[in-house]
Design a protein around this ligand. Structure first.
Ligand SMILES: [Zn+2]
Length: 236
């Protein structure tokens, strides 16, 4: 079967130009990278503080709930104290009251402690929030300036993407599959040029039998790197 490896080579070259543009577009200029790092670190810090706030808030509500139950219980014991009939019942009721009072006191202390922790974290959050808006504005501005500077690259990438799509759509099914397989498995280089009877990517020598098939225009892959081999017309 004769194939037009020329088309695969062209597709390969368009895709590698596209990869260059995409790489260039992904590199953050230092002016943006600097404010971006600061912004990300403030965001991470605020996220961490908010998470602590949430955990402490839950803990505080739990303690408050338990405190309110214990206060009810204490009241109930204090009520029974009024109804005791003898010294023995009085001693027993008194003992329950003592235990309940101690528990209430512990819970009150615990609630105070979480409340003061919550206030501390809230203060840290407020401090950061006051500078956050200014930092975000600087971040967004630097980001917009960077994106605006990419105008040309973006247009070129768009054109290359379109061209690659057209070339790929025009390929016969088997060649497209073979190309895509090699492209995916071989680090974005599916087609390798043949120079001096060797694969120019991995330097494996092309055996004469394969060389003959190449010259006949068959789809031949390199025995070393499994890329599709491309022999320029002038050498064929
Ligand atoms: Zn090779």
């Amino acid at each position: 079967m004769s194939v037009d490896v020329e088309k695969l080579w062209e597709l390969q070259s368009v895709l590698s130009q596209l990869a260059d543009r995409e790489k260039a577009m992904s590199v953050k200029p230092e002016a943006f990278a600097e404010v971006d790092r600061e912004f990300q670190s403030v965001n991470d810090e605020m996220l961490r503080l908010n998470q602590s706030l949430e955990t402490l808030g839950k803990e505080h509500r739990r303690v408050e709930g338990e405190l309110s139950d214990s206060q009810e219980l204490l009241k109930k014991y204090q009520g029974t104290l009024m109804q005791v009939k003898n010294q023995q019942q009085y001693a027993a009721a008194w003992k329950e009251i003592e235990v309940a009072r101690k528990h209430v006191k512990e819970l009150e202390e615990s609630a105070l402690k979480t409340m003061s922790e919550i206030e501390g974290i809230q203060k840290q959050l407020d401090d950061r929030q006051s500078s956050y808006d200014g930092l975000k504005a600087r971040h967004d501005e630097a980001h917009a300036a960077w994106q605006a500077s990419l105008g040309d690259l973006r247009g070129e990438a768009e054109a290359l993407r379109k061209k690659a799509g057209e070339l790929e759509a025009a390929l016969p099914e088997q060649e497209r599959r073979e190309f895509q397989r090699a492209f995916k498995q071989r680090g974005g280089i599916a087609v390798s040029r043949v120079t001096n009877d060797s694969c120019s990517t991995c330097r494996t020598r092309i055996r004469p039998a394969l060389s003959q098939r190449l010259r006949r225009g068959e789809l031949v892959t390199c025995e070393g790197c499994h890329r599709i081999l491309y022999l320029e017309k002038t050498q064929a």
